[in-house]
Design a protein around this ligand. Structure first.
Ligand code: KG4
Ligand code: ZN
Length: 373
């Protein structure tokens, strides 16, 4: 079975074709191969505005969607007429952006009279992990997933395929959003996550080389760990972001030259990353204690963060060696259509009534606030 998915929920225009060899019903295992996954990023366009501008994003999606689809088909060596199922990100996301992808896939599903599957963007991020599943290395349920992206920070209990229970979430900013805002405050550019992370790593490396300064630098910047000891599994990152602002404004006054300013920014990035990751890891531990899952998995753009991966891995290996853990492949952490195609394959194959997808070209609607059911 060949599935073609498009993803246009934010600032990446992406199309992907995946192939399901044969559904192994006995083992509930879907061997899925990515044939192509083309991503056209609009980062350069939004950079000068310091964030994604919805109408500009939509205009770029309109420009890019056909060439991206064409490239995805060519690099997979597949013709549109061979596609069995079309899929699209239905939401959440920016509505002007979402509409381009949903309308393109609705047109294709109508023309070829094929089923159309609408996928929740976060479900896509979660299912990016399933591409690594093999017959001998299956992902077992229940799963605890830590979803960390630009719009979401959630701990989820997944008892079975496509069954989600949110056990904790951010009360204000998402963690990726906090990374982006910190980068903006420090004039580091957009998107902030990878830059802040690079700065934090440089600071760590610096401190490893110059050990004598550790105590000194540590005492310079101290940021709060919001809700670290709260009883629930919720998060809050907006206070941490504000603390970065005050700390930067205060410390900047003591800076004498450009070199010291760079060094200050690196120290702040390290402390910010340490604080955010410490809270994420502690709440993950709490969720694991509460639900005792078989598997832990990480999902979303911030899953690319090295420090987060290292700290989660350290905690699981030392305290919960019985729990299997999965991180998405680096190239599938950010927004891409392959993750949407993988999730759609599961939605379609595990559905008891496949007919419901046949008329989706008529009824499917993009939804900026789509809930994960
Ligand atoms: O999942 P994603 O690509 O888009 C959304 O669904 O929101 O996540 C984007 C977010 C951005 O906030 C970006 O700064 C963050 O993921 N991000 C990172 C890293 N790479 C991307 N944050 C921290 N460290 C990274 N290495
Ligand atoms: Zn995303």
């Amino acid at each position: 079975m060949l599935v073609l998915a498009v993803e246009t929920s934010c600032d990446e225009t992406s199309a992907s074709i995946v192939q399901l060899e044969e559904f192994d019903k006995k083992n509930n295992f879907l061997p899925i191969k990515i044939l192509s996954n083309i991503i056209s990023s609009q980062v350069k366009i939004h950079q000068k505005w310091g964030g994604v501008v919805p109408n500009l994003a939509a205009r770029e999606h309109v420009k890019n969607i056909v060439p991206v689809l064409d490239t995805a088909l060519k690099s997979a060596g597949i013709k549109l007429s061979e596609i069995d199922v079309f899929a699209t990100t239905q939401g959440p996301g920016l509505i002007p952006a979402l509409l381009i992808g949903t309308n393109a896939s609705k047109a294709l599903a109508y023309f070829y009279q094929k089923p159309l599957v609408g996928v929740h963007h976060i479900e896509g991020h979660i299912y990016a992990n399933f591409v690594r599943e093999t017959q001998n290395n299956k992902i077992c349920f229940p799963i605890i997933a830590l979803v960390v992206s630009g719009g979401h920070t959630q701990l989820m209990l997944i008892k079975n395929h496509l069954e989600y229970e949110i056990s904790g979430q951010t009360l204000d900013d998402a963690v990726g959003e906090a990374f982006d805002k910190v980068a903006k405050m420090l004039d580091l550019g957009y998107p902030g996550g990878p830059i802040v992370s690079t700065y934090a790593e440089a600071s760590r490396k610096n401190k490893r080389i110059n050990k004598s300064q550790i105590a000194n630098r540590r005492s310079q910047i101290t940021l709060p760990r919001p809700m670290l000891n709260s009883k629930n599994l919720d998060f809050s990152f907006s206070g941490l972001k504000t603390a970065v602002l005050y700390s930067y404004q205060k410390s900047k006054k003591k800076v004498k030259d450009e070199k010291q300013l760079e060094s200050l920014k690196k120290s702040i990035c390290q402390e910010f990353e340490n604080a955010a990751v410490e809270v994420l890891v502690k709440k993950t531990r709490k969720a694991i204690e509460k639900y005792r899952p078989e598997t832990f998995l990480l999902a979303g753009g911030v899953a690319a963060n090295r420090h987060l991966r290292d700290e989660v891995e350290k905690m699981l290996e030392s305290d919960y060696p019985e729990i299997d853990f999965k991180f998405p492949p680096m190239e599938l952490c950010g927004d891409n259509a392959a993750m949407i195609a993988i999730a759609a394959t599961y939605r379609f194959e595990l559905s008891k009534n496949k007919k419901v997808f046949q008329n989706n070209w008529k009824t499917l609607e993009a939804n900026a606030n789509l809930a994960l059911k």
